[in-house]
Design a protein around this ligand. Structure first.
Ligand code: M6R
Length: 607
């Protein structure tokens, strides 16, 4: 979603702002803009579409100055066009905003009644107009910004820049993350530490409701009650090279290819250094008294939870519920104080997941974050935070975060099963060995990526596709369908194989590719029967299975992708690789924007 940067620097700000915005591109956006102060005067440039358009505009119509703010906009209120692009400006004040001002209509009516004229339909323009009205009343910039922030309802990360003030930024955070970077006689603001990585690794995160007065040499933070507070300055690891595509054409392929390495790293973090046994540092939970696990997430993270549900129930024997955060947060489920709730999120900032966490806080025994961004809001608000160690994920389609989420969740399941006495040492060792074999198996899969590429010649011609799976492979079928639709724009659905006869089989004809994810496990024969039903109706089956499965499947399969044998429990992790590659190569053939598919944002900070 929208990305924010701000700079009080000692060099020309425009190129630095654009570079910082480039580091936020992965969040998804449809327009971009910057504002700077030069000799006390505010200047602003905005452009539709990709950042290259803003750079071109700045070549022809440069703006100078060493202080400035910048923004990548993912449209919520008002079409993605130049007028609605940020920074928004009303005479002496310019503002960039991430989030939604929920009471903007009410504020706008009030300001319109007072004679102010609005030029956009956006909620953000209300913020600048309101602030300007306070400046017109004679308030100083700091008081005007504070009075404005006080009136806002909803979610926001905001950064204000004022005409005549080249050593002042006001930043505020409620619901959307915001980091303040510390330089040498310079200060920065960013939606995340990655945006600021080339400039500084010293970052202070604003807490919920905080707002900050920033100059080149000072930072004063106040909480929602206006009380001055101090927030810890942290040294962040995000290094400037994390956003490099390396030899790859797309971040998505880079991230798919990184999986053997990051998974090995993640498994290492969840293994005891001396014994090698799976263990979860900091998991301070007595699983013998836990009566239920609730897992809440969105999108791919939700599907990781859906796989883990099978594990919690079958391996740890704990009843488990999984829900998408946007539903969970409003359905007011009764929560047991003996239960624990897990919130799984790559970004750690997903608005619905954060709201679900806030619903559960105080109602359950422990809240647990399973996140990739260790400093994120979800990580900081949960009782326990488990990092997934995937490294920065830039591609909007989540790949390595999914498999690393599954590793972290598997480690929790194994620890819980051991603690509850339902998994003996031998069983735990078997699972540990199976987990440790995954990086090598993924490597083997990756060596066969050309075979998968070839299969997509036909898939790319389809307008619809079905993915089928049984047991823990069912959520993987859903994940395969999600990946394919989000980056190739082919309509795809995932179904539990056994559900096919209850409706979706009506869709099957010779034009419908049906991708069956089925290792030769205890449920394989049942899935093969469902596959036969598809083939009998002319459906084109692409079977993803192991050699035993390929041998056992009868004639009529259109294509088979043969996977290395893997422990049943971890098949959803290994089979995620062909699901990702199928989507990737299909999208490349179709020429879509693989890393930043249309309409999507990496970090969904509004509901
Ligand atoms: O950052 P999160 O893991 O909370 O994000 C959740 C979803 O928005 C995300 O997984 C989304 O579905 C991906 N684009 C899927 O590839």
């Amino acid at each position: 979603m929208c990305g924010i940067v701000g700079i009080l620097g000692n060099h020309e700000a425009a190129p630095i702002l654009v570079d910082a915005l480039r580091r936020l591109e992965y969040r998804g956006y449809d327009s971009a803009g910057i504002a700077t102060i030069d000799k006390g005067r505010l200047g602003r440039r905005r452009a539709m579409g990709k950042l290259v358009n803003l750079s071109d505009l700045l070549m022809h119509e440069p703006i100078t100055g060493k202080s400035g703010i910048g923004h990548t906009r993912w449209a919520t209120h008002g079409a993605p066009n130049v007028v609605n692009a940020h920074p928004h400006r009303a005479k002496d004040v310019a503002v960039v905003h991430n989030g939604i001002i929920e009471n903007y209509k009410e504020l706008r009516d009030e300001l319109t009644a007072a004679g102010l004229v609005f030029e956009t339909e956006t909620d953000t323009e209300t913020v600048v107009q309101l602030c300007m009205s306070y400046l017109d009343e004679g308030m100083s910039p700091i008081y005007a910004a504070a009075a404005t922030i006080d009136r806002l309802e909803g979610a926001y990360a905001l950064c204000f820049l004022f005409d005549g003030e080249d050593d002042l930024l006001i930043a505020a955070r409620k619901g959307s993350p915001l980091a303040i970077g510390h330089g040498d006689g310079e200060m920065y603001v960013g939606s995340d530490a990655l945006a600021l990585a080339p400039m500084t690794d010293k970052v202070t995160y604003l807490d919920e409701g905080d707002w900050a007065v920033i100059t080149r040499n000072s930072l004063e933070i106040r909480d929602a009650q206006g009380k001055q507070v101090s927030r810890e300055m942290r040294t962040i690891k995000a290094d400037a090279s994390s956003t490099d595509k390396g030899i790859h054409k797309h971040y998505m392929m880079k991230e798919i290819t990184e999986q053997p390495t990051v998974l090995a790293d993640a498994i290492g973090h969840y293994s005891n250094a001396e014994t090698g046994a799976i263990s979860v540092p900091g998991l301070d939970i007595d699983f013998t008294s836990v009566d239920k696990i609730t897992m809440v997430a969105c999108g791919t993270a939700y599907l990781a939870c859906s796989v883990a549900k099978y594990w919690f129930e079958q391996v740890a024997r704990i009843p488990c519920e999984v829900d998408v955060a946007s539903e969970f947060r409003y359905r007011e489920p009764p929560m047991s104080d003996k239960s624990i709730a897990l919130f799984v999120s790559q970004s750690g900032e997903t608005a619905d997941t954060l709201a679900a966490l806030r619903y559960c806080a105080g109602k359950v025994a422990k809240t647990v974050a399973v996140v990739n961004v260790a400093e994120s809001s979800i990580a900081r608000e949960c009782d326990i935070s488990l990092p997934i160690h995937a490294g920065v994920e830039i591609g909007v389609a989540s790949t390595k975060a999914f498999t690393c989420q599954l590793v972290a969740l598997a480690a929790v399941v194994i620890s819980a099963a051991r603690a509850r006495g339902v998994l003996d040492a031998k069983g735990a060792q078997e699972l540990r060995d199976a987990l440790n074999s995954l990086p090598g198996l993924i490597n083997q899969c990756l060596t066969r990526k050309n075979d998968i590429d070839k299969v997509t010649v036909e898939l790319a011609k389809a307008s619809d596709a079905l993915f089928l799976g049984r047991g823990a492979m069912y959520p993987l079928a859903l994940e395969g369908a999600l990946k394919l639709k989000e980056i190739s724009y082919i309509h795809a659905e995932g179904y539990a194989s056994g559900e096919l006869k209850h409706g979706p089989i009506a869709l099957v004809d010779e034009h419908m590719p049906v991708i069956v994810m089925a290792p030769k496990d205890a449920l394989f024969d049942k899935t093969v029967s469902n596959m036969q039903e598809v083939m009998a109706r002319g459906g084109k089956v692409l079977l993803v299975t192991d050699q035993q499965g390929a041998d056992a499947a009868r004639d009529g399969v259109w294509k088979t992708i043969v996977m290395p044998p893997v422990h049943d429990m971890f098949a959803p992790i290994l089979y995620a690789i062909p699901a990702q590659l199928i989507a990737y190569y299909t999208a490349v053939r179709k020429g879509t924007d693989v890393d930043q598919p249309r309409n999507l944002a990496k970090s969904v900070t509004v509901e």
